[in-house]
Design a protein around this ligand. Structure first.
Ligand SMILES: [Zn+2]
Length: 197
């Protein structure tokens, strides 16, 4: 009986409900976490050209994302999408990952088919360079690495990546962070290897 009454009462206040719902939606939007955007790192491609960073508004994106390419005029650029939606640790990691695609010259090489071994290799290399840079740029590198992997795991989960894909990406990043080599040395090794293959 009580349930019926409540139902009727709600129906009677339909207009108010609509207003209440709209208010809820607005509140939900306002409480979406918004982070300060990190300043971009220094970035030069393998030809010594400076790489520009550009923030893009992307209302539908669920978390920060990046894209490395040459713009219409041929200038190397990194587009930063929805950076305010992810913590700075992830923003910094994405910046350095995208920069790595410029540093290794991926941008000027034919793009391997999506998810092919060559493509996955390029992505693992970019992740490796990114985490080495972050490790060596900070004094609390352990905390940084942990923040990156946590934020990355969460972001990939939200987008719907299977747990196995997330796990193997994180384990590659963790392994790279243990390497006794700097990002610069690692990039040189990649470029040397590619020059002889
Ligand atoms: Zn990439």
């Amino acid at each position: 009986m009580k349930r019926t009454l409540t139902f009727l009462t709600l129906c009677g206040f339909e207009t108010m409900l609509v207003i209440a719902f709209a208010t809820c939606a607005a509140l939900a939007q306002e409480t979406t976490p918004s982070y300060d955007i990190a300043s971009p790192p220094a970035c030069q491609n393998n030809k010594g050209e400076p790489v520009r960073f550009e923030n893009q508004i992307s209302p539908k994106a669920e978390s920060a994302a990046g894209m490395a390419r040459r713009d219409d005029k041929g200038a190397p650029v990194i587009y930063r999408f929805a950076y305010a939606k992810s913590p700075q640790s992830l923003q910094k990691f994405i910046d350095r990952h995208e920069c790595a695609h410029h540093q290794t010259g991926d941008i000027d090489r034919p793009h391997p088919p999506r998810n092919s071994p060559d493509h996955m290799m390029n992505e693992s290399i970019a992740d490796c360079i990114a985490i080495l840079r972050m490790r060596d740029e900070t004094t609390d590198s352990q905390a940084q690495i942990q923040n990156v992997t946590m934020a990355l795991r969460q972001a990939m989960d939200v987008v719907g990546f299977p747990p196995s894909t997330i796990d193997s990406r994180i384990s590659n990043i963790d392994n790279c962070a243990q390497k006794s080599i700097t990002a610069v040395e690692f990039i040189k090794a990649v470029l040397d290897h590619r020059a002889t293959n």
